[in-house]
Design a protein around this ligand. Structure first.
Ligand code: SIN
Ligand code: CO
Length: 388
């Protein structure tokens, strides 16, 4: 994707301009980002998904058993019949993994790293429905899928921003509106993290939220140090072979801190381990149980592909790759594999192609390491046979 091509999706801005001026900084309203958009899923299908055990869903009822009542799915069909006429919202997470046409929308966001994208959440709201004024810690693109929604935006928030007490949701106690727009199907609003916002359905309305992954600093530190500790022997300890006589034996001298800082830095600065952890962390699937592999022999995989079988990426799998010296790292659904540099084009193909078959795999089918890699990805569940 050329970063200097103006994109309709970004209201005529290029990816470079959008990243420079708006991404993580300020909101952008884009009229007809998706011209003549027609939602590939309707309200009944969305409600149908929320009945499923493996799908994460919520209902927010503004005047429920308590103000801003939130219920978690899966729901029973008759729960929908008992809802009021107005002022409720159904939110379904990761619809891209269950409805291929919704997953295809993400192709338009390829100017951003795919491992930063989390999911496409879809909400259906009855007239007046809203999840209240709030802020999210992530960037979001809010695409209007059906009906109209009025969006108000407000102040930048942080951890100290006051929230309403006794609410199941994180609703702002004080929303300071700065702007407002009504979005119609195909219109899209980009919001940076922590910007207060509130969307109210004008009529029956569906909103698609393309959300992003950004680990918190606390997550980075706890998860990375957990990962690192697997590689550290118990024998490696705080050591002070350079110690000087002490003037007060009860005092912790700053030279002890310097030794600790050296110990921390030695491991924290291990770039290869940091990259391995990060790739694994960012490709962890939202629903690991949906990335289930199958037993397969390499020669059977080869024979099937030669007879026209098609491999597709499991919609629940997440893939990314990186370079380490002359080698490559492939991250697949929370796991990593070190691979020789010669496999670069195959890795790029596996990460990018919707389908893998004899035509695009071509000579890779005669490459021993290539065959092995494809077979391992099927066994791990990141790739699977189409129409099985
Ligand atoms: C919604 O779709 O109702 C809520 C989306 C959001 O505000 O993050
Ligand atoms: Co939000």
């Amino acid at each position: 994707m050329n970063p200097d091509t103006p994109l309709q999706l970004l209201g005529g801005l290029t990816a470079r301009e959008f990243l420079r001026d708006y991404w993580q900084k300020k909101p952008l309203l884009i009229r007809q980002a998706f011209p003549d958009f027609e939602s590939p899923i309707d309200a009944d299908e969305l409600a149908g998904l929320s009945l499923e055990e493996e799908v994460e869903s919520r209902l927010v009822i503004e005047h429920g058993e308590r103000p801003w009542e939130m219920r978690r799915g899966p729901f029973a069909e008759d729960e929908f019949c008992k809802l009021p006429e107005r002022e409720w919202t159904l939110l379904v997470q990761a619809v891209d993994q269950f409805v291929p046409e919704v997953g295809e929308l993400l192709e338009h966001f390829r100017f951003l790293p795919s491992w930063r994208i989390d999911d496409v959440m879809i909400s259906f709201a009855a007239p007046g429905g809203s999840v209240g004024p709030h802020f999210d810690n992530y960037d979001v693109f809010l695409l209007q899928g059906h009906g109209k929604r009025n969006w108000k935006i407000g102040q930048m928030c942080d951890a100290g921003t006051p929230l309403l007490e006794h609410s199941d949701l994180r609703i702002l106690a004080d929303f300071q509106q700065t702007d407002e727009w009504t979005l119609e199907p195909g219109d899209m609003l980009y919001l940076p993290p922590r910007l207060a916002h509130c969307g109210v359905a004008v009529d029956d309305c569906m909103t698609y939220s393309v959300g992003f992954r950004a680990p918190s600093a606390a997550e980075v530190l706890t998860h990375f140090t957990d990962f690192l500790s697997q590689f550290l022997p118990d024998e490696e300890r705080y050591s002070d072979a350079d110690a000087q006589p002490v003037s007060d034996p009860h005092q912790i001298q700053h030279d002890a801190l310097d030794r600790l800082k050296r110990l921390l830095a030695e491991h924290m600065n291990d770039e290869r381990l940091l990259l391995t952890w990060f790739g694994q962390f960012m490709t962890e699937p939202r629903y690991p149980e949906l990335v289930a592999g199958e037993e397969l022999e390499e020669q059977d995989l080869l024979a099937s592909l030669e007879q026209g079988a098609i491999l597709i990426r499991n919609p629940s799998a997440r893939l990314a790759w990186s370079e380490v010296d002359d080698d490559l790292l492939l991250f697949a659904s929370g796991q990593s594999r070190l691979l020789p540099g010669e496999l670069r084009e195959l890795l790029k193909l596996i990460c990018a192609a919707d389908a893998l078959h004899i035509e695009n795999l071509g000579p890779w089918l005669n490459d021993e390491q290539g065959q092995l890699l494809l077979c391992e990805l099927v066994k791990q569940g990141s790739l699977g046979f189409a129409n099985e």
